[in-house]
Design a protein around this ligand. Structure first.
Ligand SMILES: [Zn+2]
Length: 240
């Protein structure tokens, strides 16, 4: 049965999330049926097109290129984290677009804080868009199965496959899932460990392994989801 091996692999991979710990061999179980993904809110047409058209090869060059240039941190009083963005050469993503998506996520009012993008060390974080094969190498000894992303002590390794396709539990909201990927893997870089869902129907903590399972929570890409507009309003107040 030619389809059996890919199906088993898929089921195995679905059982895993962001690789913060080596994945142990899953116990033998009876055949699993995957529930159909239902969505009450269809994704915006642009997102659907993005998912349908980007094909991510398993392996490309294996070499990163730092995205040149920089971007200033968002407004506010907090400390500024210097970081850089790398994209593996040969991936089907525009490096500048990826870098600006990352920058927007990190400096969002609901994000971790203030980040200045630079193109040379010293930096605290490297955010690296990586093919599945390079992700696998970068994340060892964590097992990513070619699908997960990780923090490896130097890099927030973002698996281009998930960047392109998201996960079913985000119901097609690819932009939100991308915010989650960046927030979560940079969260590790800032010293945050994993958390679990605090209760059914609550917002998942950003450091929950949401790629693996929401555990009864609702998807949430942000470290501080309640902060929306608050800081922007304060900034306006200060300008008055
Ligand atoms: Zn993690």
């Amino acid at each position: 049965m030619p389809l059996l091996a890919p199906l088993l692999l898929l089921l195995l991979l679905l059982a895993a999330g962001c690789g913060a710990q080596p994945v142990t061999t899953p116990p033998a179980t009876s055949p699993v049926t995957t529930p159909p993904s239902t969505s009450s809110e269809p994704p915006p047409p642009g997102e659907r097109r993005a998912r349908a058209t980007v094909r991510v090869p398993y392996a490309v060059s294996g070499r990163y290129a730092v995205v040149r240039g920089g971007a200033p941190p968002g407004p506010g009083p907090g400390p500024v984290v210097r970081y850089l963005v790398e994209v593996e050469r040969g991936l089907p993503f525009d490096p500048r677009t990826f870098a600006s998506d990352v920058h927007r996520t990190l400096n969002d009012e609901r994000g971790w804080g203030r980040f200045r993008r630079v193109d040379h060390p010293p930096v605290r974080v490297r955010v690296a868009l990586s093919s599945p094969r390079l992700t696998r190498r970068q994340c060892l000894p964590l097992r990513t199965g070619g699908k997960l992303s990780c923090w490896n002590g130097t890099r927030s390794v973002i698996n281009a496959l998930r960047w392109a396709k998201g996960v079913p539990q985000y119901d097609g909201r690819l932009t939100d899932y991308r915010h989650y990927l960046i927030s979560h893997e940079v969260g590790h870089a800032l010293g945050h460990g994993h958390r679990s869902c605090p209760g059914p129907g609550r917002l998942a903590p950003v450091m929950a392994q949401q790629s693996k399972s929401l555990g009864g929570c609702r998807p949430n890409p942000w470290p501080f989801p309640g902060r929306k507009f608050r800081e922007r309003d304060q900034t306006k107040d200060r300008r008055r």
